[in-house]
Design a protein around this ligand. Structure first.
Ligand SMILES: NC(=O)c1ccc[n+]([C@@H]2O[C@H](COP(=O)([O-])OP(=O)(O)OC[C@H]3O[C@@H](n4cnc5c(N)ncnc54)[C@H](OP(=O)(O)O)[C@@H]3O)[C@@H](O)[C@H]2O)c1
Length: 240
């Protein structure tokens, strides 16, 4: 039985990943920072026949990551999906930077996935698939965003996803001897709260269902040949 841990599993892409993995008969640990108000995730727990459990995790808090490790103990985990993320503050452009908001964006999007990976390294090593996944973004591609002028008002978000990519790429190299495979995946332009009104009306946007099923295929295809590469949900390589 595959065991999958997903951060930010209470809504958006994370919730849909939890639903689809559970439907595919995986055991899902759905992490979220406020289980008491995670209604959709609680419904999934009820309908999953014991396949889904909820664990509290605020990825921005080191104590919360340590508590998650305490709850998990030595339990093997096959796939860890670092999905939780934030778009960052209003003010993150060449006209002004909210410095505190920038730091929080970096902590949630770039630092937390590394701290979670380090805390749960042994759980991954005890799993049979040994897959560490980061949900990144095409906006983390420095070459794309600088050449196309994409998202010029999201400096903190772009920087955080580029830093996430860099850290995950380093783990793909340094943990290869443990057999750990690292997926760095952009989920598409997805109609979630983060995608907002722009994604809702954009012709190339996709639903959370489409994004999650494509991501699950990419994760299943991850091999030593593709570990540490940056891909979109269609499996195409994205330039750093
Ligand atoms: N939507 C897109 O078009 C798009 C495109 C590229 C990349 N992505 C990436 O895909 C991932 C999921 O995005 P989404 O569209 O599903 O966004 P979303 O609907 O806004 O959901 C974000 C999730 O992250 C969680 N989260 C935020 N901060 C957290 C924290 N400190 N601790 C724990 N959980 C936290 C949220 O929990 P709360 O409910 O508690 O806030 C929520 O579950 C993100 O990494 C995002 O950057 C999305």
């Amino acid at each position: 039985m595959t065991a999958v841990l997903i951060t930010g599993a209470n809504r958006g892409i994370g919730l849909e990943l939890a639903r689809q993995y559970a439907a595919n008969k995986a055991d899902v640990i759905g992490c979220c920072r406020a289980p008491e108000t995670a209604e959709a995730l609680k419904e999934l727990v009820s309908s999953s026949g014991g396949r889904v459990q909820i664990m509290r995790l605020d990825v921005a808090e080191e104590a919360s990551i340590a508590s998650l490790k305490d709850m998990l103990g030595d339990q093997p985990i096959d796939i860890i999906i670092n999905n939780a993320g934030i778009v960052g503050p209003e003010n993150q452009s060449a006209d002004g930077i909210d410095a505190e908001g920038w730091m929080i964006t970096l902590r949630v999007n770039a630092l937390a996935p590394i701290l979670i990976a380090l805390a749960l390294r042994d759980n991954l090593k005890h799993g049979s698939e040994k897959k560490l996944v980061a949900i990144s973004s095409g906006l983390g591609s420095t070459s794309t965003t600088t050449s196309s002028g994409l998202a010029p008002i999201r400096y903190a978000y772009c920087a955080s996803k580029a830093a996430l990519n860099n850290g995950m790429h380093a783990l793909s190299r340094d943990w290869a001897t443990d057999g750990i495979l690292v997926g760095i995946l952009a989920p598409g332009y997805v109609r979630t709260d983060m995608g907002g009104a722009a994604a809702a009306s954009h012709p190339s946007s996709i639903s959370p269902e489409e994004s999650a099923s494509a991501l699950i295929r990419r994760i299943a295809e991850l091999t030593p040949a593709t570990t540490g590469t940056f891909q979109n949900h269609r499996g195409e390589t994205i330039a750093w």
